[in-house]
Ligand binder design. Structure first.
Ligand SMILES: [Zn+2]
Length: 533
């Protein structure tokens, strides 16, 4: 049986760019477009060339992208004006896009209230726009804005809008759930009805995530006949976002209900890039990757319980719905309170620590983990601290330096211009190769001051730590009261944007932070093969 072709349409650079707190530079856009193109996305909606200089620049370089059809977005031509007398519409027509997606109202209420034109004028504007796009040799598409709400209020008119575009030659008529409030069963029913009028291989779906159903709605539309699926990387988009292509694509390729019936431009080989591509977007946005993201999150294939861990090592299928490698992710078995030998072994394997299965060091390590967990340590979020501890107990981490002592002062006083300020100063004595160096650091808080002092002069190791940047610092109070135990988690990053996580625990917050900072530095030295004497 031959499979039916389903087309993927990405709108990260247009709808995603409208998300709260997102502002892509042209370099960001090029990087994202390149990732999408290499993944095998059929259409990349690049924005508003002609209206926005960044987008004009992006479109002018579209020849670099081999596979994807570069699509411009804009409004249909204004009612009551000819195409040549509508500068906005003319600008899109003259852009360097391969395809043009126009948006039009398909809810009679909006036509009346927002556009203040007659229903028929809107239909005319739709068909004339589609014809003009076609005449300019570009692939025409129409986004039917508010289609589902419109259909529920006036099905005949919503269908008339879609049909006007199709009859005028639109390659795709996209049904948009603009407010994102429609549920999967309604989507499936309505798309089934629309597909009786417009063939499914000309129908697209554009779903928003306001009820957390954008992916489900997209799959519902696919089942009902739509063959173009729109979405964005990581679900980025206005309000709660769009359908998440990063979740949708693995489902289409790995779940037999869809994989057996449909073919998409993304191959199983390319699918292995998807975890990476999801992270690329996070990097561009300077966001921490979502641990719990389906398929690609660091926790997506993480197992905690000791008993599950032994089963998962024997047969991963018992606890995994798909193979993590299929999406470029990896299996992770947490070292947890239920830590057992099998957890430890699989963790050592993950860090490529070579050790014989009967090495007595493994039992010592297991004991140490349990004792530390009883004190409040948690290694689920602190891979680097765990790896350091394991390697130390198995004897492979050299001693790089010692901190003989540290002192931190916090002072609240009036400054020279009489303002009340709180300043912190830290002094550390570091011993490198029996040479003691004393450094002083100042900061806006005690931890910041301590970090400054620690990294001021580490002797011959200085070059290795110069590029460490602390990107996140989290404090968790484990028991109540001012005498509580504090757990500190530090996230560090180097100039290649590699990240690592370390942990410290103490009744004293400065002490806990110190421990996590020291682990971070030691980890960097070990990883970069700084040599100890
Ligand atoms: Zn949208």
């Amino acid at each position: 049986m031959t499979k039916e072709r389903v087309y993927l349409f990405d709108t990260t650079l247009r709808d995603g760019a409208q998300a709260h707190g997102v502002d892509f530079s042209v370099e960001d856009k090029i990087l994202i477009a390149r990732s999408l193109d290499s993944l095998g996305i059929d259409y990349i909606e690049g924005g508003y060339p002609g209206a926005n200089p960044t987008d004009t620049d992006l479109f002018s370089r579209r020849r670099q992208y081999k596979n994807a059809t570069f699509t411009a977005f804009g409004m249909t031509k204004r009612a009551g004006r000819s195409v040549s007398n509508d500068p906005g519409f003319r600008a899109i027509l003259q852009s360097e896009a391969d395809a043009i997606c126009c948006v039009a109202k398909s809810w009679d209420y909006h036509v009346r209230v927002a556009l203040q034109i007659a229903n028929d004028e809107n239909l005319e504007s739709i068909s004339q726009s589609i014809v003009a796009i076609k005449d300019h040799g570009r692939e025409p598409m129409l986004d039917c804005e508010h289609f589902f709400d419109g259909y529920k209020s006036n099905p005949e008119y919503a269908l008339d809008c879609a049909r006007s575009a199709y009859d005028a030659g639109a390659r795709w008529v996209i049904l948009c759930d603009t407010n994102g409030g429609t549920l999967p069963e309604e989507i499936e029913t309505i798309v089934t009805e629309v597909a009786k009028v417009i063939p499914g291989d000309h129908l697209g779906i554009h779903a928003h995530n306001d009820t957390e159903n954008a992916v489900a709605n997209t799959l519902a539309a696919l089942r009902a006949g739509a063959r173009q699926l729109q979405g964005t990387l990581n679900g980025l988009g206005e309000r709660c976002g769009n359908a998440n292509l990063i979740s949708l694509i693995p489902t289409l390729l790995l779940k037999s209900e869809y994989a057996d019936r449909f073919e998409i431009g993304v191959t199983p080989e390319k699918l292995r890039q998807i975890t990476h591509i999801s992270r690329v977007l996070d990097e561009v946005l300077n966001r921490t990757p979502d641990l719990y993201a389906p398929y690609v999150g660091a926790a997506a294939f993480a197992t905690k319980a000791g008993i599950h861990a032994s089963a998962i090592l024997k047969d991963p299928k018992t606890y995994e719905h798909v193979d993590p490698e299929a999406v470029g992710n990896r299996r992770k078995i947490h070292v947890s309170e239920q830590a057992g030998r099998s957890n430890i072994l699989s963790e050592l394997e993950r860090f490529n620590i070579d050790v014989a299965k009967n090495d007595p060091g493994i039992d010592r390590l297991l004991e140490e983990v349990k004792q530390r967990q009883a004190l409040g340590y948690a290694y689920e979020g602190a891979d680097a601290s765990f790896e350091l501890m394991a390697r130390r107990m198995l004897g492979s981490v050299p001693k790089f330096f010692d901190v003989d002592s540290f002192r931190v002062l916090v002072e609240r006083r009036h400054n020279a211009v009489g303002e009340l300020v709180t300043v912190s100063e830290a002094t550390v004595k570091v011993n490198v190769d029996d040479e003691v160096v004393m450094s002083v650091g100042e900061g806006n808080g005690p931890i910041n001051a301590l970090d400054m002092a620690l990294r001021k002069d580490l002797g011959r190791f200085q070059e290795y730590i110069e590029d460490i940047e602390l990107v996140d610092y989290k404090v968790r109070i484990l028991t109540g009261g001012t005498d509580a135990i504090t757990r500190v988690l530090v996230e560090s990053m180097d100039r290649d944007r590699n990240r690592w996580f370390t942990v410290g625990v103490s009744p004293n917050i400065v002490d806990a932070s110190f421990e996590a900072l020291i682990d971070s530095i030691n980890y960097k030295l070990f990883r970069d093969h700084a040599s100890a004497h």
